[in-house]
Design a protein around this ligand. Structure first.
Ligand SMILES: Cc1ncc(COP(=O)(O)O)c(C=O)c1O
Length: 345
């Protein structure tokens, strides 16, 4: 269809993890196996008739206030998004003109590149080293925008704070640190916001807060950058129910810490169990593990697990083809998974 923009015709589009209905144990999209905070569910139930009849706060005022208290970042340095993916749209719209360059590492979360493509911008991919450390070329790149998840998506690698500092110091443009998994890693870059005006930190409620279905994320930076995000974002980007429930969930720090602790404990158990079966396990700061089976037949194992009712993630890219990414489920689910893998041997 020639009416569609050439860039859009040429692009493949982002491929999300499958969301089939029914009998599967879903370990393919880094969702959280535990329910969200009861306080979030209570807030959802109380969403009054009036708050649905009227438009929501376009700036998600109360939610940003709650985020400000918890993250210890001023409210005018925060924007709320319909998931952090929405914040990445704001970021790309704000910093990249057609023909500009985005720098990312490889492998990583591929949505950044898709959004840059829509904007008509180019993407430079900088391959991580054999053990997934940042390459020199990523620091040296003069790209207008660099986006790095920390911990990294797909691999789980936690990059040291010194790397983030070096990136901010050496960048010609803006550095975005995507902290979707930061609570699992127990380390973050928020304190660096005071020091670097070219830094943006993003967060999501989808992982540690069990609210992937609600779609809530945040971008944090200097007031000037947040002002730009407010200009390019969709006007009512967060619905009223999301704003109320997410504000309650983010304040329930004790509940979130409990869930994160359980998932990290299960991750440690699962990593040890996989290693004892001869898998090569990549150390992970996230709620998932990337691992390579001794047999090398990742695709065969993924198909077998699906038959047994377990969905896991297999990426059809050269460096990930021989590996599987397992989101961490409940301890019972991961114990059962280990039994299934033993039976396959
Ligand atoms: C690194 C990374 N950032 C962001 C997201 C998406 O977050 P959200 O659900 O807030 O859009 C994901 C989802 O898997 C992710 O892996």
């Amino acid at each position: 269809m020639d009416k569609i923009r050439k860039t859009v015709q040429a692009m493949q589009g982002y491929v999300p993890g499958r969301q089939p209905k029914g009998r599967f144990v879903k370990l393919n999209a880094n969702e959280n196996p535990y329910p969200p905070s009861p306080k979030a569910l209570e807030a959802l139930g109380k969403t009054a008739a009036d708050s649905l009849r009227l438009y929501p706060s376009s700036s998600a005022e109360e939610l940003r206030q709650a985020a400000s208290e918890i993250f210890e970042v001023p409210a005018d340095c925060i924007v709320a998004g319909n998931g952090s993916d929405d914040v990445f749209t704001m970021i790309i719209r704000s910093f990249l003109d057609e023909g500009d360059t985005l720098a990312v590492v490889d492998p990583t979360y591929t949505l950044y590149e898709t959004l840059a493509e829509i904007q008509g911008a180019k993407t430079e991919r900088h391959p991580l080293s054999e053990d997934y450390a940042l390459p020199e070329s990523f620091f040296e790149s003069g790209a207008k925008l660099k986006i790095l998840p920390n911990p990294n998506a797909q691999t789980g690698t936690l990059f040291p704070e010194a790397d983030v500092i070096r990136l901010c110091e050496s960048a010609k443009g803006v550095v975005v640190i995507d902290e979707a998994y930061a609570l699992f890693a127990g380390s973050n870059s928020l304190p660096l916001l005071k020091r670097f005006k070219n830094l943006v930190v993003t967060r999501t409620m989808s992982k540690s807060h069990s609210l992937a279905g609600l779609r809530v994320g945040f971008g944090m930076s200097s007031p000037e950058i947040i002002e730009a995000f407010n200009k390019v974002k969709d006007s009512y980007n967060l619905n009223a129910a999301s704003q109320l429930a997410a504000a309650a969930a983010i304040r329930d720090t004790e509940y979130t810490a409990g869930v994160v602790k359980r998932i990290n404990e299960t991750k440690d158990f699962f990593a040890k169990a996989l290693a004892s079966l001869g898998w090569q396990v990549t150390p992970s700061g996230g709620n998932f593990l990337l691992a390579k089976p001794g047999s090398g037949d990742a695709a065969g194992i993924v198909a077998y697990l699906e038959q047994e009712g377990y969905l896991v993630r297999h990426f059809n890219t050269p460096r990930l083809l021989d590996k599987i990414r397992f989101s961490i489920g409940t301890t019972e689910q991961m114990e059962k998974l280990i039994e299934l893998l033993k039976n396959k041997e």
